[in-house]
Design a protein around this ligand. Structure first.
Ligand SMILES: *[C@@H]1O[C@H](CO)[C@@H](O)[C@H](O)[C@H]1NC(C)=O
Ligand SMILES: *[C@@H]1O[C@H](CO)[C@@H](O)[C@H](O)[C@H]1NC(C)=O
Ligand SMILES: *[C@@H]1O[C@H](CO)[C@@H](O)[C@H](O)[C@H]1NC(C)=O
Ligand SMILES: *[C@@H]1O[C@H](CO)[C@@H](O)[C@H](O)[C@H]1NC(C)=O
Ligand SMILES: *[C@@H]1O[C@H](CO)[C@@H](O)[C@H](O)[C@H]1NC(C)=O
Ligand SMILES: *[C@@H]1O[C@H](CO)[C@@H](O)[C@H](O)[C@H]1NC(C)=O
Ligand SMILES: *[C@@H]1O[C@H](CO)[C@@H](O)[C@H](O)[C@H]1NC(C)=O
Ligand SMILES: *[C@@H]1O[C@H](CO)[C@@H](O)[C@H](O)[C@H]1NC(C)=O
Ligand SMILES: *[C@@H]1O[C@H](CO)[C@@H](O)[C@H](O)[C@H]1NC(C)=O
Ligand SMILES: *[C@@H]1O[C@H](CO)[C@@H](O)[C@H](O)[C@H]1NC(C)=O
Ligand SMILES: *[C@@H]1O[C@H](CO)[C@@H](O)[C@H](O)[C@H]1NC(C)=O
Ligand SMILES: *[C@@H]1O[C@H](CO)[C@@H](O)[C@H](O)[C@H]1NC(C)=O
Length: 842
């Protein structure tokens, strides 16, 4: 079958290419080593070549070769990197380490050989490692300690033999020489029994600091005396025993002296059976300072003997044990610290706990079933700290009545519970320094002063307690208070009034997330020592200089997440010199160029400002979400020019409009004048004269001028504005079209009223300029008797002397009238064209 063979070979070649081509490519194209810190730290993981890569310089101190395909190490393998302090050879497929492999690494302090199934380990494999402190042999297929060639590593501090198959704890004699050993771990091995003599090597020297980890083994028995005379820092025995073997095995610990003993399970690896009467009996002959019992369920009613053998311990921690009650506490108990974390109490077992006369610190936390606090602590005169946080406590009448003769209580932590009612009575605990009620709904504070007896309190946390501050005296009496945290509450009318009046020693105040809209002028007057103020996440619109003026010691101010548009110059000047951190991020900044000085200040104060990337413009909309820090100030300078020029343009327009308004008639006249020139020829001499006069002289005009002239012989035809002007046509058009253009002459009836009337003056001016432009119409000036001559001369000016003009004075005497009429008709007759009817009439 040749064809099939060829096919198979082809497929194999492709597969080989797929498998191997990337590796050489990677090897050639990419530097296989990552320089984590220059010259000293290199990471060269996943290599497929033996030896230290060429790119690693001899200055290297930390070298990570994990996941490489090294297979075996030969002598002087690391000669090129003699400065190494840390070497990681995890999962390097090592099966052989020959003698003197690490001989050049005199400075090496950490050697990690995790997850290499070592089959051959030379007797001198670790020679030369004169500084080694930490040796990790986790998951290296070790079955016994005796063949481990580490006897000369006197400097060793930590030896980790976890996840191997070591069956015996028989420590070779050389452990006696490892006086620096602090941590020896047999985590998850196969140790089944511990015999007398196994730990003899630890008997010599002072081992008070050694931690011995025997967790996750399968101990069936510990021979009595095996631990006698041994001193340890810590012994960990979690899931260390074959089930049901714990009680008897613990007996074998007799004579041990240990600082901390940890007994129990892992929550996911249940081995130990239910707690039974006498389970811990073996511990009666162990001397320890701290006892930790962990992940021990199903206590039920069997807790009676729990403290029998650990009563002399000074610290007891019960973690994740199903303890439902405290019973049978030995009266001679020496316990000073007791912690029950994740236990199963339903009521605070205050009465039975009060038997621990020496108790200084009591913590009952994370106990979800714990709802009631009915019993009273009594006579715990040494008690300083009570931490009942993170339970589900619901009770009222806090706090004095619960603590009788506990006069030393300084810390009380009731945070993260359900509902607690405060009476305001703290007389039994008036030495309290720290009171924490955060995230617990509390009743009482806000309505009336509840803390007046806590004169020594320095720390009060009532954050997120659903408190609404209605009383201005809520904090009265807290004269020593230094830290007040009350974020996430509210104040009456969303307003800070004079709520902090006597808190003169306050140095930290947190009133964030309090829905605040307004801060009264005198609010902070007493807070001259305040160093930190957090007023973020409120609804404040302004930063009023007067309000913050008294805070002259302030170092940190958090004003973020409010609705501030700008920090005015006066406010910026108020900021004290001591200020080192200022957060005004996430406000609604107005980046108009009106606030250019503020924007410039932002640029100057980069060091002071926090969360700069969150300081964004809110208005005007065209710069919304632009960062204040990167705001382009030059755009503002340009706008100043723009504003200036537009102001100038606006002014010009206003002046122009004003001029148009003022000289409307003149302008209109000019327009008509220009257009009128064209039509001049078309207009006939409809009238002999156009009469301009003041309306007050109308009677004179009608009687003395119109009647004689129009009724006389020859009859003249006069143009009178009140009679001949066309209705519905602008007056100026009428003056020009009907008056000047259609008349051969202009008669101006000049009286005192004429001279005072602006309108008449205007008409007269038009007549004069019309005469100049057209050079046609003559002006006949009829001056009535009572006219002020000086004014007349000034108004008429030169016109009266012009040749073409006629100057007539009207006098109410027959002789004068006669001359007047002769002169007037003479002028009017000049150039008059006669029509037939008129000729007939003549
Ligand atoms: C690293 O070594 C090179 C040459 O050995 C030297 O020039 C350089 O300054 C060193 N860098 C640092 C950060 O020590
Ligand atoms: C590693 O290199 C060897 C030859 O040195 C080769 O036989 C092996 O297949 C390579 N392995 C990988 C995963 O590239
Ligand atoms: C490291 O190598 C340089 C040359 O590359 C040499 O001069 C220097 O002495 C070496 N340092 C050590 C500690 O070996
Ligand atoms: C562990 O070492 C033994 C020899 O001591 C060997 O037979 C066995 O295969 C090794 N196990 C592994 C997983 O390499
Ligand atoms: C532990 O030792 C027992 C014998 O003492 C053996 O049967 C068992 O396989 C060993 N377990 C491991 C994980 O080596
Ligand atoms: C312990 O060290 C001393 C000298 O440092 C040596 O004489 C002795 O043999 C060592 N003991 C063991 C068990 O290695
Ligand atoms: C135990 O360790 C601490 C530091 O972790 C050290 O200060 C102390 O001296 C040590 N005690 C003994 C007895 O070695
Ligand atoms: C605890 O100490 C007292 C004396 O202080 C002693 O009588 C008692 O036997 C001790 N109990 C244990 C378990 O060590
Ligand atoms: C207090 O301890 C006694 C035994 O000393 C026990 O009978 C009682 O139930 C305990 N009380 C509580 C509330 O746990
Ligand atoms: C509390 O102390 C007073 C005296 O200070 C004493 O008379 C009273 O008996 C004590 N009560 C308790 C329960 O210890
Ligand atoms: C009170 O307990 C809570 C939760 O354990 C903790 O975060 C807080 O710091 C404690 N308060 C004090 C004043 O120690
Ligand atoms: C304010 O404090 C002073 C002394 O610091 C004290 O005398 C006064 O009674 C206090 N006033 C209130 C209302 O607590």
């Amino acid at each position: 079958m040749p064809r099939r063979g060829v096919l198979a070979v082809g497929t194999l070649l492709v597969l080989l290419q797929l498998a191997f081509v990337p590796s050489p490519l990677a090897g050639f194209l990419l530097d296989p080593c990552l320089e984590v810190t220059p010259n000293t730290t290199f990471r060269c993981t996943g290599l497929n070549s033996s030896g230290v890569p060429d790119g690693v310089p001899n200055t290297t101190q930390n070298l990570d070769l994990s996941f490489s395909n090294l297979k075996s190490l030969g002598s002087n393998y690391f000669a090129s990197v003699p400065e190494l302090e840390l070497l990681d050879l995890s999962r390097c497929h090592l099966h052989t380490i020959e003698d003197n492999s690490f001989v050049d690494l005199r400075r090496l302090s950490t050697l990690i050989l995790t997850a290499n199934s070592l089959q051959h380990l030379g007797k001198a494999a670790f020679h030369g490692l004169t500084s080694l402190k930490k040796l990790v042999l986790v998951e290296t297929n070790r079955t016994s300690l005796s063949e481990l060639p580490i006897g000369h590593l006197h400097t060793l501090e930590e030896l980790n033999l976890g996840h191997n198959s070591i069956t015996s704890l028989k420590l070779p004699e050389y452990f006696a020489n490892m006086t620096s050993l602090r941590h020896l771990s047999f985590f998850s091995n196969n140790i089944t029994s511990i015999s007398r003599g196994d730990l003899d090597a630890l008997r010599e020297g002072n081992r008070l600091n050694l931690t011995l980890v025997l967790s996750l083994n399968r101990i069936k028995s510990i021979e009595p005396g095996a631990f006698a005379g041994i001193h340890l820092g810590e012994l960990a025995l979690r899931s260390a025993f074959e089930s049901t073997m714990m009680q008897t095995s613990l007996q074998g610990l007799a004579g041990l002296q240990v600082r901390r003993l940890i007994v129990g399970d892992f929550s996911d690896r249940k081995r130990v059976q239910d707690f039974e009467r006498g389970s811990l009996h073996g511990l009666c002959r162990v001397r320890m300072e701290e006892f930790v019992l962990i992940c021990f369920r199903n206590f039920e009613d069997n807790s009676g003997t729990l403290f029998n053998c650990v009563g002399n311990v000074s610290t007891i921690r019960l973690v994740g044990v199903g303890l439902e009650k405290i019973s049978q506490v030995p009266v001679w108990s020496q316990v000073k610290q007791l912690e029950c974390k994740k236990c199963s109490f339903e009521d605070v077992p205050a009465v039975n706990l009060s038997i621990f006369k020496e108790l200084r610190v009591l913590r009952i936390t994370k106990n979800k079933k714990l709802k009631n606090f009915k019993q009273k602590f009594q006579g715990l005169s040494n008690l300083e700290v009570i931490d009942l946080s993170e339970n589900s406590l619901t009770f009222s009448g806090c706090c004095s009545s619960r603590f009788q003769n506990c006069s030393n209580l300084k810390h009380l932590n009731l945070s993260f519970n359900s509902n607690i009612g405060l009476t305001g009575d703290f007389t039994n605990v008036q030495n309290l320094l720290y009171l924490d009620l955060q995230h617990t709904t509390i009743f009482g504070p806000g309505l009336y002063p509840v803390f007046p007896s806590l004169q020594r309190l320095i720390y009060l946390d009532i954050s997120h307690t659903k408190t609404e501050v209605k009383s201005q005296c809520m904090f009265c009496g807290l004269n020593s208070l230094q830290v007040l945290k009350m974020a996430g509450n509210s104040f009456e009318d969303n307003k800070l009034a004079n709520n902090f009046k006597n808190l003169t020693h306050l140095h930290t105040l947190d009133i964030s997330s309090c829905k605040l809209e307004h801060v009264d002028q005198s609010t902070f007057d007493a807070l001259s020592e305040l160093k930190e103020l957090n007023i973020s996440n409120n609804k404040l619109l302004t930063f009023s200089p007067g309000v913050y003026q008294p805070l002259q010691a302030l170092r940190v101010l958090d004003f973020s997440r409010n609705q501030l548009t700008v920090l005015l110059g006066s406010a910026r000047e108020t900021l004290p010199n001591s200020l080192v951190l200022l957060d005004i991020s996430r406000n609604l900044f107005d980046c108009s160029c009106v606030h250019l000085d503020f924007l410039e200040w932002i640029k100057e104060k980069q060091e002071l400002l926090q969360n700069k990337e969150q300081m964004l413009c809110h208005t005007p909309s065209y710069v919304a979400n632009v960062s204040l820090v990167s705001f382009d100030l030059s755009s503002c300078h340009v706008s100043v020019g723009k504003i200036a020029s537009s102001v100038v343009v606006l002014l010009c327009v206003v002046v122009f409009l004003f001029l148009i308004y003022k000289y409307y008639f003149q302008l209109y006249y000019s327009v008509v004048l220009l257009s009128g020139c064209k039509h001049y020829a078309e207009r006939g001499d409809t009238y002999d004269a156009f009469v301009i006069h003041s309306s007050k002289d109308q009677e004179w005009v009608t009687k003395e001028l119109v009647e004689p002239l129009e009724g006389g012989k020859p009859p003249f035809h006069l143009c009178l504005y009140y009679r001949d002007f066309l209705p519905g046509v602008p007056i100026v058009t009428n003056i020009i079209q009907e008056g000047f253009l259609s008349s051969r002459n202009v008669i101006a009836v000049i009286s005192t009223d004429f001279l005072e009337s602006k309108w008449c003056s205007f008409e007269f001016d038009i007549a004069q300029s019309w005469q100049l432009v057209e050079g046609k119409t003559g002006i006949i000036m009829i001056v009535l008797e009572d006219v002020n001559k000086a004014l007349l001369r000034q108004r008429l000016g030169l016109s009266r002397y012009l040749r073409r003009n006629t100057y007539l004075e009207w006098k109410d005497k027959e002789i004068s009238k006669h001359i007047f009429w002769r002169q007037l008709t003479g002028v009017l007759l000049e150039g008059k064209k006669w029509n037939h009817e008129e000729v007939k009439l003549m």
